[in-house]
Design a protein around this ligand. Structure first.
Ligand code: NAD
Ligand code: GLY
Length: 368
């Protein structure tokens, strides 16, 4: 299917690139690579997993070939438990077999797991070759594929091993969302709502006016593309301002501090990441009301939107000491104080470092 093409610049000084949404979609992949300045004749290692390579691998392969590229397709296992250095080694082996040189490319076709691992493989093969991101989950389209964070998990924690490696192009074909399991789509919608709260009031209102947010089949294509465009633009803006997370980029972690607690204490796999973030946004929304940073009305609007997207809003039953221990062990602790991204109105947040243990305990006791 062809739709109007949308191009969102990620205007980084050293290596600007575009997030391209719609148009000919995957069928236009080869042409988009040429437009991004890549030359015909280049070898491309496409990395994907069975769920995605099945319906979409051949379309990408054909489009690359038709435009003079030399593609090879590697299908890997890509559950969160396979996001390891061992899988990255498999990608490196395939790069070796395919004879990938400095000027060759890797292309990640899949969700955030495939994108993060392939990005990391590209960052480390021959000390860095270009990576193209072709995300196929909502979460990867609006978040993981944009901004250059790549990596794998370590037994000590998620994403502890990694590198910043910006893509040369992010190509989003919204049609691929039609095969995504509904629960995964809903989890991605949590990150979309996040962009509304942290910086785009109009996006938030657009989501409020949309009758269904819980499955792509129920959404108008133009509306879905608009939501993708605004989310990608929100991420691009933050990444441009703070590529390596020296400060501002931390606002992308809105809802993630409490979300991380939920993921850790309920066990990874109980909640999808986006679901945990949804619970985390409701929780930090309550903390913000308690601190009089934003209004009860704003917190209620956020909660209603999260609910409409089919996402959980209730804080699970968790041991309070374990919650505090997890919060204090989180990467967001600076100088012994817990750092939270706190909303001050819908569309505005700030990073607050002065939140005391007792404030958090009071908030949690109201949530439970
Ligand atoms: P995922 O990659 O695990 O994909 C979810 C599931 O959907 C998988 O089973 C996959 O096979 C399937 N799938 C993907 N696209 C499909 C499609 N179009 N049709 C049918 N099935 C499809 O999950 P995710 O939510 O995309 O990514 C989560 C990962 O992203 C985590 O590892 C997280 O750490 C990472 N992440 C990275 C960043 C970043 O900035 N780099 C940001 C957020 C999350
Ligand atoms: N997903 C958070 C970031 O890219 O910084």
């Amino acid at each position: 299917m062809t739709s109007d093409i949308r191009r969102i610049p990620v205007a980084l000084e050293r290596q600007p690139y575009e997030v391209v949404i719609g148009g000919k979609g995957l069928q236009g992949l080869g042409e988009e690579l040429l437009l991004a300045g890549l030359k015909p004749g280049i070898k491309v290692l496409i990395v994907s997993n069975a769920d995605v390579a099945g319906p979409y691998g051949e379309i990408c392969f054909k489009s690359l070939k038709a435009n003079g590229f030399k593609p090879t397709l590697l299908v890997i296992e890509a559950g969160e438990d396979q996001k390891t250095p061992a899988t990255v080694s498999l990608i490196h082996n395939a790069a070796y077999e395919a004879g990938l040189e400095r000027g060759s490319l890797m292309l990640a076709l899949g969700g955030g797991v495939v994108g993060d691992m392939t990005g990391f493989a590209a960052a480390t093969w021959l000390r860095g070759i270009p990576i193209i991101q072709v995300p196929t989950t909502l979460l990867a389209m609006v978040d993981a594929a944009i901004g250059g964070k790549t990596g794998v998990n370590h037994p000590g924690g998620k994403n502890l091993v990694g590198a910043f490696h910006q893509p040369r192009l992010v190509l989003i074909d919204p049609e691929t969302l039609k095969t995504l399991p509904r629960r995964e789509f809903q989890a991605g919608m949590a990150e979309v709502i996040k962009y509304g709260v942290i910086g785009d009031f109009e996006l938030f209102e657009l989501l409020e006016k949309t009758s269904r947010l819980d499955q792509p089949q129920e959404m108008d294509n133009v509306l879905l593309e608009t939501i993708l465009e605004r989310s990608a633009a929100a991420k691009a803006k933050v990444v441009r301002a703070d590529e390596h997370e020296a400060g501002l980029r931390a606002i992308l972690n809105y809802g993630h501090t409490f979300g991380h607690v939920v993921e850790t204490l309920c066990g990874y796999g109980t909640w999808l990441h986006g679901e945990a973030v949804a619970i985390g946004m409701v929780a930090v929304g309550e903390l913000a009301v308690q601190r009089q940073s934003w209004s009860r009305e704003a917190a209620n609007r956020q909660k209603a939107l999260i609910k409409k997207a089919g996402l959980p809003t209730s804080w699970p039953t968790l041991n309070k000491d374990a919650v505090m221990r997890t919060l204090q062990g989180d990467k967001k602790v600076k100088d012994g104080k817990i750092r939270f991204v706190i909303p001050t109105s819908i569309g505005k947040v700030e990073i607050q470092n002065d939140i005391s243990k007792s404030e958090i305990e009071t908030c949690l006791s109201k949530l439970s």
